[in-house]
Design a protein around this ligand. Structure first.
Ligand code: SAH
Length: 277
């Protein structure tokens, strides 16, 4: 084992660790190394049991997430708790779904540690917006469809659709949108993008419970996204992907192929034939 790439979690330190999107196999080696040394693991709702099972058997597991949309702990309380545990000399892992710095408030918690003078390290994780899509057979970029990708949150700090975003500009300038926390406001988001000039037939995929055994994917269009998602009874957490890159799924749904789906060698040509363009 390379000691430089697997440093020890020292007493009094907090490591902000990304748990990945669900599948425990997607946790980094450094993340697993941290869990194996932790005295306390403060974890969020989206962290799977298989990842928590990698914690040192003596570690105390503290739940800090939300239940039923209701915050069971306020954000400042979580930050204070991390400071308190570190000051008690514990080895603290703050475990977050996906990557701690992608829509995960990792920055806020780390700044609270800075303010309190608590030493910390950040262990990146595989974000749902990349790893979750990969399990649905959707690349986040593909040379023939998008030279850029835009990560968006569908949920502002107060729970509303973020109004600081220029949806018309996104509709015009972003070839692929990868939207976190989009399910609740999907109708509003789709309406904004349609009003901004995005085509009603733009391909959309909704990926629910990505990388877990319960993963489900709905392939639809911008105009039909809301109705199709409701019909399918899709439950959060979900990623919403909007753009031509979604068409690649016909060729790259490797998980579906394991249960018999026939993959298209040239999914973009097939899509062009199907739409007659
Ligand atoms: N830090 C996390 C994101 C936290 S915000 C990350 O990097 O992935 C929470 C949102 O992430 C959810 O509302 C959902 O949009 C998305 N998400 C997280 N895990 C997911 C999963 N397994 N499947 C689908 N979406 C997921």
């Amino acid at each position: 084992m390379d000691r430089r790439s697997l440093p020890d979690l020292a007493p009094g330190w907090v490591w902000l660790v990304g748990a990945g999107p669900g599948d425990a196999g997607l946790l980094t080696r450094l993340g697993a190394h941290a869990l194996a040394q932790a005295d306390v693991v403060v974890y969020d709702a989206l962290v799977g049991d298989d990842v928590l099972a990698l914690a040192r058997p003596e570690a105390v597991l503290e739940y800090a997430g939300k239940r039923g949309g209701k915050a069971s702990r306020r954000q400042p309380d979580i930050s204070l708790r991390l400071v308190q545990l570190a000051r008690e000399g514990r080895r603290v892992v703050r475990l977050k779904g996906g990557d701690p710095f992608i829509f995960g408030r990792g920055g806020e918690e780390a700044l609270a540690l800075v303010a309190a003078g608590v030493p910390f390290r950040v262990v990146p994780g595989i974000t749902a917006g990349i790893g979750g899509l990969a399990y649905a057979g959707i690349p986040t970029t593909h040379r023939d469809t998008n030279a850029a990708v835009t990560f968006v949150t569908g949920h502002g700090a107060g729970g509303e659709v973020p109004d600081g975003l220029d949806w018309a500009a996104l509709a015009k300038g972003a070839p692929v949108l990868v939207i976190y926390m989009a399910l609740k406001h999907l109708a509003t988001i789709a309406a904004h993008l349609l009003a901004g000039g995005l085509d009603a037939d733009t391909p959309v995929a909704i990926v629910a419970q990505a990388t877990t055994p319960a993963q489900r994917v709905v392939e639809t269009t911008l105009a039909r996204a809301m109705a199709d998602t409701a019909d399918a009874g899709i439950e959060p957490p979900t990623m919403v992907v909007i753009g031509d890159v979604v068409r690649l799924r016909a060729g790259l749904d490797w998980l579906g192929a394991m249960t018999g789906r026939r993959l298209e060698a040239d999914p973009l040509a097939k899509a062009a034939r199907d739409t007659g363009s």
